[in-house]
Design a protein. Structure first.
Length: 646
């Protein structure tokens, strides 16, 4: 299990909660767990109040974590991470005084004395880790943090013995490893997370990566882990748009040059994908992080030939990275129990009830299956012929195919838990009045907007009909609405045909030969054959969608494909000529073949006038509760929380 910051590292009761979190993964069969990053000293903290691991009291406090993992037969290493110029405080320091494009503060250049003290701090933290019961440490040497900043010309412009030649620039990581090995002895695990593909200008060359890997092995590293991309890189590396196993070829290129185990990572989320990577010789070990958020028992299910029961990570980032970057605790869209193992506990009920759940979208599915796990008798009513709700639309968007896995998971959970599924069935008031509890998870429908000419079926189509029926919309299309759905539709309409991994790498300018520093090559922009406009009423930035850590990917994708992004638009009318709009006080005609309405959603509330008669036995969740911007995180969490409460 790869390193992943959860927000529990800084939580008041965080170490106890981390213990429960990691223990559940160890119980589920994970062989080696790596914690989120802890700084070896004060100035290396990512934020002023970020977690530090530098004192004896820290080691004593962490024993609860290591003991919990060891109790279930797992091993655990603590990651030591010095933020360098990525630190969000005025005391940041780096190899050189060069401000990061994603940082608020300029770092000070480290003096030789500070460099040596920092090397000593890493060794001190490793000794404390051993005292705390950790089986090893992972030295964070990638993602653009301090060690990476010493390695690359991009951030190291020193003229002393710590800069200039590559031999000097790699001195810092090597001396850290040597100091740790000398301090902890031969048996303690040292993992080094090596940046093998920086994806930034003036990054490491392939020859430099191999040279450092060889020297790290000599210095006493036990395992080399793979790092892909700096945080400031403008290339997606772990979002759902990234193809599965998209970067294992990098590890494959490095592996023949060293004899210690090498780990590959990034967008590996199924046992089949992991097995393919190992059997094809791309790596000795596979690391996953978010897939263990989604399902802590991933390994044991795979081992017992129950891969179909794994709750698969869909790479959405919505409840993990998005939460952490907002200063919240991480969780998981498909598994709300993640990082709340000691709070949200699914226990058998003492009073089984007959419960009706209306709607088999994400909210209804999570609620129905959790209720059935607890021992309730559950009838799940769905008016369509299939389960999935909005996820069934989402999985048809290029780059969101993973959403299909969540539907597969819930379909199998229905069978496993004994939920009685009634497809193509409208649940009416009389039918529901017989139940002890009624859960209304009836979802959403496209919001109706008022534009002159919008009723013209030859010219106008809503997003649900377009996605479901794969309707041909012509070569020129206007999309009304630039939220998540509008962005998804624009992506779908401009997606190149037959898009494979090599095409994706080419589109993002990634050099598979790593002939250029950082692994980047200036490929030309790939324009779409279609002419597409994405429009929004609100002035300002257009095309990012709702995701904090993925919005820029959506916007960049649309820009690369030549999609026109317009904000501050008012819609005048739709006629045979196209869509008439006013923008910046200028009227203009978009001569489009089709206008796609993606202007949000409205709650579906069948026979709402009679809801009050049901009294306290009626519970409303998901889109039926609040349509807003589609929010599957809230919908699935509401379903689980309600099921635990009933």
């Amino acid at each position: 299990m790869g390193s992943m910051h959860t927000g529990l590292e800084e939580h008041k009761e965080g170490l106890g909660k981390l213990a429960a979190f990691y223990a559940e993964r160890a119980k589920g069969g994970v062989g080696l767990i790596v914690t989120g990053g802890f700084s070896p000293n004060l100035r290396g903290r990512l934020h002023p109040f970020s977690a530090e691991f530098s004192k004896a009291k820290h080691a004593r406090a962490h024993q609860v974590v290591t003991e919990a993992v060891h109790e279930h037969g797992g091993k655990i290493a603590i990651q030591l991470l010095h933020a360098g110029r990525y630190a969000m405080h005025p005391f940041s320091q780096s190899s050189s005084a060069i401000k990061a494009p994603i940082a608020r503060f300029s770092p000070s250049e480290m003096s030789i004395r500070q460099i040596n003290k920092t090397i000593g701090a890493f060794a001190n933290s490793a000794v404390l880790a051993k005292a705390a019961g950790y089986d090893g440490v992972e030295v964070m040497g990638s993602e653009g943090y301090l060690i990476n900043q010493f390695i690359c010309k991009r951030t190291n412009t020193r003229y002393d013995d710590w800069g200039g030649s590559y031999k000097n620039r790699m001195r810092f990581p090597l001396e850290i490893v040597q100091a740790i090995r000398q301090a902890v002895g031969e048996e303690f695990i040292i993992i080094f997370r090596l940046s093998m593909l920086d994806l930034v200008e003036e990054g490491s060359t392939f020859e430099e990566v191999v040279t450092l890997a060889k020297e790290l092995e000599k210095a006493g590293v036990t395992i080399i882990n793979t790092g892909i991309g700096w945080h400031e890189a403008r290339i997606p590396t772990i979002a759902t748009q990234v193809p599965r196993g998209a970067f294992t070829w990098v590890t494959e290129k490095v592996r023949p040059h060293i004899s210690i185990p090498i780990v590959t990572c990034n967008r590996i989320n199924t046992p089949g994908e992991a097995e393919r990577i190992l059997s094809s010789g791309h790596a000795d070990m596979v690391s996953m992080a978010r897939p263990f958020l989604a399902d802590p028992h991933f390994v044991s299910k795979a081992e017992n030939e129950q891969a179909h029961l794994i709750n698969t990570c869909i790479g959405c980032n919505q409840a993990c990275l998005d939460h952490v970057f907002k200063g919240k605790r991480a969780s998981c869209l498909v598994n709300p129990l993640a990082c709340r193992e000691d709070e949200l506990i699914v226990t058998p009920t003492n009073k089984p009830k007959n419960v009706a759940v209306v709607g088999a979208g994400p909210a209804g599915l999570s609620c129905a299956t959790t209720l059935a796990k607890r021992g309730h008798q559950v009838d799940l009513f769905e008016r369509h012929d299939r389960i999935g709700g909005q996820f069934r639309l989402a999985m048809q968007i290029p780059g969101k195919e993973e959403f299909r896995e969540t539907i597969r998971y819930f379909a199998n959970q229905i069978d496993e838990t004994g939920v009685k599924l009634h497809l193509e069935t409208e649940a009416n008031f009389d039918l529901l009045s017989e139940y002890d509890e009624v859960v209304m998870a009836s979802g959403v429908e496209p919001r109706k907007v008022k534009i002159e000419g919008i009723e013209n079926p030859e010219k106008v189509i809503d997003y649900q009909t377009l996605i479901k029926d794969k309707t041909y919309v012509g070569e020129k299309v206007a999309i009304v609405g630039a939220g998540g759905i509008g962005v998804d539709v624009a992506t779908m309409l401009t997606e190149p045909t037959g898009h494979n991994l090599d095409d994706w790498l080419h589109e993002w300018g990634i050099d598979k030969e790593i002939a250029y520093p950082g692994g980047l090559f200036p490929y030309p922009e790939s324009q779409s054959d279609k002419e597409v406009w994405v429009l929004q009423r609100r002035a300002g930035k257009v095309g990012k969608g709702p995701g904090k850590t993925t919005g820029w990917i959506h916007k960049r994708t649309l820009e690369k494909r030549g999609v026109n992004l317009l904000g501050g638009v008012s819609y005048d009318k739709i006629d045979e000529q196209g869509l008439h709009i006013t923008c910046s006080n200028q009227t203009q005609l978009l001569e489009v073949d089709k206008v796609v309405i993606c202007a949000g959603q409205e709650s579906v509330r069948p026979f709402e006038s009679k809801w009050q008669q049901m009294g306290e036995k009626l519970h409303i969740i998901g889109g039926a509760d609040h349509a807003g911007e589609l929010d599957a995180v809230r919908a699935i969490r509401q379903g689980v929380e309600l099921a635990i409460k009933l």
